[in-house]
Each structure stands twice: as C-alpha cells, then as structure tokens.
Design a protein around this ligand. Structure first.
Ligand code: CDP
Ligand code: CDP
Length: 219
C-alpha cells in the first residue's frame, strides 16, 4: 500500500502521516526531513547557497538515514538541528535545485519499493509515487498554519525572537517558492482528496483519512 500526503507548511502532514502509519502499521517517510538535512549539511560545510553545483555534489554524496523518528546525516543525529528557522528558510533555496531533487526522489522511491508506506512532502502524489493507492492534499488557512507553527516553536523554545507575523510571512514566502518552482512544484493532483484542516482537530483529520482508505475512495 502506498499513501501520498502533500500540502503546504503547517497543514498537519507529518502529524497526521505519523498517526496513520501507526494505525495501519506501515512505514512513514518524512521527505521534508531529507531536504532539510541536505540544507543543514550545506550550512555546516559553509557551501555558498548560490553555488548550485557544489550543493548538488554534496547532495549526491550525503547519506541520510532514519531510525524510527530520528534523522541522521552522514552518521550524525540531526533530528532537532533540521527544525531551526534558519534551516526552514534556506531549504527553499536548496529544494528547487533539479539535481538535488533527482537524488532525493530516487532515494525516496527506493525506500518505497516493496514496502507499505505513507510519505509526506510536496511532490509525492505528482512525482515520487504517481501510482500511489491513496493521495491526499492537506491544506489550511495560512493564518491557522502560522499559529500552529508559532505555538510549536514557542513550546520548544525555538522562536528566536520571531513574532506570529514573522512566522506567517516566512510560511507564505515558502509556500510561494514551493508552488512556483520549475521542478516538482507543490500541486494538488487531480486524483488527490483535498482536506481543509483549518477548523479540524488532529483526530478528526486522521479519521477522515482512514475513512477514505477503508472506503478505497481516495484515488
Ligand atoms: O514541515 P514543513 O511543512 O514546514 O516543511 P517540510 O515538509 O519539512 O519541508 C521543508 C521544505 O522542503 C519545503 O518547504 C520544501 O521547500 C521542501 N520539500 C520539497 O521540496 N519536497 C518535498 N517532497 C518535501 C519538502
Ligand atoms: O508537516 P506539516 O508542516 O504539514 O505540519 P505538522 O508539523 O504536522 O503540524 C504543525 C503543527 O500543527 C503541529 O504542532 C500539529 O500538532 C498542529 N496541528 C494542529 O494543531 N491541528 C491539525 N489539524 C493539524 C496539525
């Protein structure tokens, strides 16, 4: 079974995908963590963000591994380090590079081979798993998504002086970049079920996805 979950930042993709994976006892892959990990590697190695060739070379050699919910880059744990506002901001400079996408999409497709999987990202239904059994596009008003991300960062102490307005502007900028890039932009596929989660609780969204999967109606 392959389930694709796409949508903009803060729509609830990873929260919902993790719970569905647990309920259905299938593998969860957070593809955003892979773009974030490459971005962290670029920052740590002080590679110039304008040097797309160097970034692509680094992406081809980097080794990203998952152990449960933990993420490792070249053997070092980066689970927390890939969630900083600095990494979030720079990921949308790294993610549009075609060679970076090629390398990561191939790795994602390899992981999905012969295993039941739920993946979340931006291009899962369109590019990574175009033949997925079930495709969902989670969305929510940008103000609600910013509020969710703000509260999450506030709880973790990761706001670094950012206000709710700053977070909303960051998210809106990232959504624009993700939707307008030339390669594998964020789109709601024609064969995806679109769920507006603005006024929905997490259990409500999980129940809605599970209902579609049990009905076999999400494609
Ligand atoms: O959690 P959040 O929605 O903020 O972001 P994420 O899923 O961790 O992804 C971070 C960034 O990686 C996105 O803004 C995209 O630029 C990029 N990304 C992508 O291009 N393709 C994917 N399949 C997943 C993420
Ligand atoms: O992966 P994505 O960026 O789409 O979103 P997320 O990281 O799963 O969710 C962002 C935050 O919104 C988390 O703190 C979730 O607990 C929260 N959330 C929520 O409050 N209500 C929902 N219906 C979905 C997510």
């Amino acid at each position: 079974m392959q389930i694709a979950i796409d949508g903009p930042a803060g729509a609830g993709k990873s929260t919902i995908a993790k719970q569905i994976a647990k309920t259905l006892n299938i593998t969860y892959l957070d593809t955003g963590a892979m773009y974030r990990a490459i971005t962290k590697g670029v920052i740590d190695r002080k590679i110039d963000f304008a040097d797309q060739k160097a970034i692509a070379q680094y992406a081809a050699s980097a080794v990203i591994t998952f152990k449960g919910q933990r993420v490792f880059l070249d053997g070092e744990e980066v689970t927390e380090g890939i969630r900083t506002p600095e990494v979030s901001e720079h990921t949308s400079e790294v993610a549009p590079i075609p060679e970076v996408r090629k390398v990561l999409v191939q790795q994602q497709q390899r992981i999905a081979e012969g295993t039941d999987v739920i993946m979340d990202g931006r291009d899962i239904g369109s590019t990574v798993l175009p033949n997925a059994d079930y495709k969902f596009y989670l969305d929510a008003a940008v103000s609600e998504r910013a509020k969710r991300r703000y509260e999450e960062l506030q709880e973790k102490g990761g706001l670094n002086g950012k206000t709710l307005t700053d977070i909303e502007a960051d998210i809106a900028r990232r959504d624009y970049n993700d939707s307008h890039r030339a390669v594998d932009p964020l789109v709601c596929c024609d064969d995806a079920v679109r769920i507006d989660t603005t006024h929905m609780t997490i259990p409500e969204v999980v129940a809605c996805v599970i209902d579609h999967v049990e009905d076999g109606t999400a494609k």
